[in-house]
Write a protein that binds this ligand. Structure first.
Ligand code: ATP
Ligand code: AH0
Length: 359
C-alpha cells in the first residue's frame, strides 16, 4: 500500500480536485481526505484562453502547477499528514487539446516543478503513451471504477458527468474478473455551463432549476443529436468543445437549458446499444449528479435505477482525483492504465511520466 495524492483539473474548469488515499494500485483503495480548490475567475479565463494550445501556454502552465502545489499543501494540512509521509502524486494536469485521431493529446502541468514545490515525487502525462499507441487516451478512470465496483451488481454503468460525460461499463464478475468497456458518451455539463454563463445565470445551472423551468425544443434537440459521434462504436473520446450548440441559440434561457440538459441525457441513453449488455443499474459521479433535472431525465431514458455513487459509499466529487492517485501507483508498478476496450489501444498499456524529487 502506498500513500498518494491524486490531482485533477477537469474540463469544466471549476478548480482543482485533490484526494489523499492509500492504495496498492490493484484492488485496495482507502480514501483518506479530499479538497476542491476553486479557480479564481481570472485564472479560469486565462485557462480558457489557452484551450486548443493557443496563447501563453507556458505562463498558464506555471500558474496551474503552482495552484496544484497549493492544493497539495491545503489537502495535507487538512488531513494532518506531512509531505514526507506521501509516496507519490498523480498529477493529471489540464487538457487543453485532445485529438487522438491525430495522435495528439495535451495536458498542461509541469511535473518537475510540482515535485520541487511539494518535495513529493510526481507522475504526470497519463494519456500520451496510450494515444501514441493508437488509443483514444481517454477515458482512463475505468480501471479504477472496476476496482471499486467489485462487489456491486453487474453489468453496471458508472457515469461521470463533468464537462464531458464518460461511462465505464463493468461486466459480470465471472467475466474474467469483470470486463470493462468505456467511452465518452457526449457532452456533460460544459454546454449548459457555457449557456448559463452567457445568460448571466452564474457558472452552472444549480440543481438544474433553470432547465426545470423550461421546455425541451424537439427540433433543436434533433439538430444537436445529428452528429456522427453518436453512431460510432466504442471506444471513443471527445474534446471539451466538440459540439456546436448553435441549434439552441435562438431559444429562451430556460428552454435552451432544458434542451441542452436533454442533449446530455439523450446521448447517455444512446450509448446503451453500443454496450455489450444494458446495465442493470447506473451510478453517477461528477458535478452533474447535483443537477436534479438531468438526473430525472437520465432515469426516464435509462429505465433502470440511476443514483449518485454515494449510494455505493463513494464520494462522487473525489472519484476522478482518486483515480489519478491510483493510476500513478499503477504507472510505478508498470501495470496497464488502459485496455483495448477502454481506449481502443491495441494491447493493455501502462503510461505516465515519473519525476522524482531532485536531490
Ligand atoms: N449543485 C449543482 N447543480 C448543478 N450542477 C452542478 C452543481 N454542482 C456542480 N455542478 C456541475 O458540475 C460541474 C463540475 O463537475 P466536475 O467537477 O465533475 O467536472 P470536471 O471534473 O471539471 O470535468 P471532467 O470530468 O469532464 O474532467 C460544474 O461545472 C457544474 O456544471
Ligand atoms: C482528454 C480528457 O482530458 N478527457 C477527460 C474529459 O473529462 C471527462 C471525459 O472527458 C474523460 O474522457 C476524461 O477524463 C476522465 C477523468 C478520464 O480520463 O477517465
Amino acid at each position: 500500500m502506498r500513500t498518494v495524492v491524486g490531482l485533477m483539473s477537469g474540463t469544466s474548469m471549476d478548480g482543482i480536485d485533490a484526494a489523499l488515499l492509500r492504495t496498492d494500485g490493484i484492488a485496495r483503495v482507502e480514501p483518506l481526505a479530499f479538497v476542491t480548490i476553486p479557480y479564481e475567475d481570472g485564472f479560469r479565463a486565462a485557462l480558457r484562453g489557452v484551450l486548443g494550445g493557443k496563447g501563453p501556454v507556458e505562463a498558464v502552465e506555471r500558474a496551474l502547477t503552482d495552484a496544484h502545489a497549493d492544493a497539495v499543501r491545503r489537502l495535507l494540512d487538512e488531513a494532518g499528514v506531512a509531505a514526507d509521509a506521501v509516496d507519490l502524486i498523480g498529477f493529471h494536469g489540464h487538457t487543453i487539446h485532445h485529438a487522438p485521431e491525430q495522435r495528439r493529446t495535451w495536458q498542461i502541468g509541469d511535473g518537475p516543478r510540482l515535485a520541487a514545490a511539494t518535495g513529493i515525487a510526481v507522475v504526470n502525462d497519463f494519456r500520451s503513451a496510450d494515444v501514441a499507441a493508437g488509443g483514444q487516451g481517454a477515458p482512463l478512470v475505468p480501471l479504477f471504477h472496476r476496482a471499486l465496483a467489485d462487489s456491486l451488481p453487474r453489468p453496471i454503468g458508472i457515469l461521470n458527468i463533468g464537462g464531458v460525460a464518460n461511462v465505464s461499463w463493468i461486466g459480470a464478475a465471472g467475466d474474467g474478473g469483470g470486463a470493462v468497456v468505456a467511452c465518452d458518451t457526449g457532452p456533460g455539463n460544459a454546454l449548459v455551463d457555457d449557456w448559463v454563463l452567457r445568460h448571466g445565470g452564474g457558472r452552472f445551472d444549480a440543481g438544474g432549476a433553470l432547465a426545470a423551468s423550461g421546455t425541451v425544443d424537439g427540433a433543436a434537440l434533433a439538430a444537436l443529436l445529428d452528429h456522427p459521434y453518436f453512431d460510432r462504436p466504442t471506444p471513443k473520446s471527445l474534446d471539451r468543445d466538440a459540439f456546436d450548440p448553435s441549434p439552441v441559440a435562438a431559444l429562451s434561457p430556460a428552454n435552451g437549458a432544458a434542451t441542452l440538459t436533454a442533449f446530455t441525457a439523450e446521448t447517455v441513453a444512446r450509448i446503451v446499444p453500443h454496450l455489450p449488455a444494458p446495465p442493470v443499474r447506473w451510478l453517477v459521479c461528477g458535478g452533474g449528479r447535483h443537477n436534479a433535472t438531468l438526473m430525472g431525465m437520465l432515469a426516464e431514458r435509462l429505465g433502470v435505477p440511476v443514483a449518485a455513487v454515494e449510494t455505493a459509499g463513494w464520494d462522487g466529487d473525489a472519484l476522478e482525483a482518486q483515480a489519478f492517485g491510483y493510476l500513478a501507483v499503477r504507472s510505478r508498478l508498470g501495470l496497464p492504465l488502459s485496455e483495448p476496450a477502454t481506449t481502443g489501444v491495441t494491447a493493455p498499456i501502462t503510461g505516465g511520466r515519473f519525476h522524482p524529487v531532485a536531490a
